[in-house]
Design a binder for this molecule. Sequence first.
Ligand code: URP
Ligand code: ZN
Length: 455
Amino acid sequence: MHMVLRHGTIVTATDIYQADIGIHNGLVALIGRDLHGDSILDADGRYVFPGAIDPHTHLELDSMDTVSADDFYTGTVAAACGGTTTIIDYAEQSQGGTLRDALQAWRDKAENKAVVDYGFHVSITDATEEVLTEMQEMVTQGVPSFKCYLAYPEKLTDAELLRVLLRAREIGAVVNVHCENGSLVDFMTDRLLQEGKTEPRWHPRSRPASFETEATQRAVTLAEIAEAPLYVVHLTCAEALKAAKRARASGRPILVETCPQYLLLDVERYDEPDFGGAKYVMSPPLRERWNQQVLWNGLVVGDIDVIGTDHCPFNLVGQKDIGRDDFSKIPNGMPGVETRVPLLYHEGVNKGRISLNRFVELVATNPARIFGLLPQKGTIAVGSDADLVVWDPDKEMTLSVENLHMNVDYSPYEDVTVRGYPEIVLSRGKVIVRDNHFQGQAGSGRFLRRKPFVA
Ligand code: URP
Ligand code: ZN
């Protein structure tokens, strides 16, 4: 045995027990008592979680005349320091381009930089017949999930989304949908700007919860017609959740993701002075606070399956400030890949809202199951990759741009103190983080070929 992780309390989506973990050739080789190995890592008094999976990141994304501030090195270092050992990033089809080119472009961005394992979803922005045919090749290449936008210039029409859903069903893929009514957003944005309403606080008014709810209902309806699985990305509000819930009640494979920002931050953030509201300009926007309780309930009762991040950071200085005189020009997105797991642990587990098992399920096991990575990732079992997090439940950390690793000049959670933080993080059996210091190697992350979707 190369290494033994000794005396930790192992937590999976279903179990909590104390045992040693024997690691050999990057895999969990044995789980038992009194194991011996070439080296020993002591985990006494700490939890051992499966490395978390963030199924929603945008690293090095060209967006609104700039590029998201984390590349595959800084973004995955930050992920690892926060306990995330797998990401699934979005490769974007360019207008008129092929899915093959999109996937290759993103694989090239990641190859020599990523420090944790990674997969890709491919976003379909141009749903031609050729592209629908090409979807099969993506599944064969280990990309069994596609994204469609109902907002932004890349938005698909209803008929186009329906075609993608029908095709996805045939080939064992799931379609991730960004649910906002883009035509209404465009109309409302123009109207607000014409009225001279240009500050960040008008961003949420340009895309209210009702626009998200309508688009969520529409995506659900189209998925029902196609009898295809649907994964609603970054759901923010009570009414949209209701729409998804109704379809789930009739047995449809409708899966729902939310993000920490929608559980913890609210629309009042846009009123921060001195252009501070720009920090939270993302789509969909933060909502009124009362929605948060509904989302937490959804996590508890199982109406929400996954916590992702939608990590898409832009610096306040030099990027967000492109939109100082026009909120619609502020690059959309926020940092989050490093803080997701500690925030959910602190706000969820410490505050008694969710159990330890449910926590692991939301940040690791469900993303692995839905996106074709289980049992290689997302759990701790003999034969799984030794992507492991030794978690110190007593470690307090005050989150700040000073001690976080994301390559961005602000933290939306500046000065928030969490209790519970990764002490050691292993990627395929190698220690890559110790006490918030990264000690792995650029390019050590591998491209993951994921399995087709199973309902
Ligand atoms: O504002 C956001 N969410 N930016 C990233 C792209 C997306 O919509 O997911
Ligand atoms: Zn996104």
